[in-house]
Design a protein. Structure first.
Lengths: 112, 102
């Protein structure tokens, strides 16, 4: 079920948060591994890991999008510190991914 | 007494998992000490633990932590994705037990 599309209705509010942190977290690890792979001299591995990170983020984004749609439809998500924390994870990982993606391009251009 | 250390970047999500794992351990009559820390404290606290489980956001640190944990004969592993994603205390506890090897 992790790979298939998740239905929010089947999850508790807490599980939704954990799903967001899980997928963002997997992406975060891969983003860091990507830049380390580049440092270790493997451009291909670095790009592959970044693509995998993007796929993980897409899963987190899907869940997030469903939540926003639900709220737009008048059904409010229950607010919690955990949800705020999950949002932090997602947004900070998105930023990291964007930045590392730019850095890899820059390094390649400069032959670093 | 099983001593299980959970670590994630801030120790927040795993704190919740700790509560669920404790509830399960208690329900089957196990005596367990389960606690969560942020990633900075993981290396220091692992000396006290029989096993270390880490969150997905720090799986890139697994190798480094495992190396550190070898001096204590402690295993380090990433929390099972299903267990973590569903905040499943039973599954996470069982994973910890199988890593401790009993």
């Amino acid at each position: 079920m992790m790979m298939g599309k998740l239905k929010l209705d089947e999850l508790t509010g807490e599980q939704i948060c954990f799903q967001l942190i899980l997928h963002s977290g997997n992406a975060r690890s891969k983003v860091i591994q990507s830049i380390r792979a580049y440092r270790a001299g493997s451009v291909q591995k670095a790009e592959e890991l970044l693509h995998q990170a993007e796929a993980d983020l897409q899963q987190a984004h899907d869940i997030h999008f469903q939540m926003i749609q639900k709220e737009a439809g008048g059904e409010k998500s229950e607010f919690s510190l955990l949800l705020l924390h999950a949002e932090d994870h997602l947004m900070s990982t998105l930023t990291m991914k964007e930045l590392v993606s730019e850095l890899l391009e820059l390094f390649k251009e400069k032959n670093l | 007494m099983k001593k299980i250390l959970l670590a994630c970047s801030s120790g927040m999500s795993t704190s919740l998992l700790v509560t669920k794992m404790e509830e399960y351990a208690h329900s089957i009559g196990d005596e367990a000490k389960i606690w969560a820390v942020g990633q900075d404290k993981a290396k220091k606290e692992m000396a006290e633990a029989n096993v270390v489980l880490i969150g997905p956001q720090m799986s890139f640190l697994k190798g480094e932590l495992q190396k550190e944990a070898e001096q204590y004969g402690t295993k380090v592993d990433v929390i099972d994705m299903m267990a973590y994603g569903m905040a499943d205390g039973k599954k996470a506890y069982e994973q910890a037990l199988s890593l401790i090897g009993d």
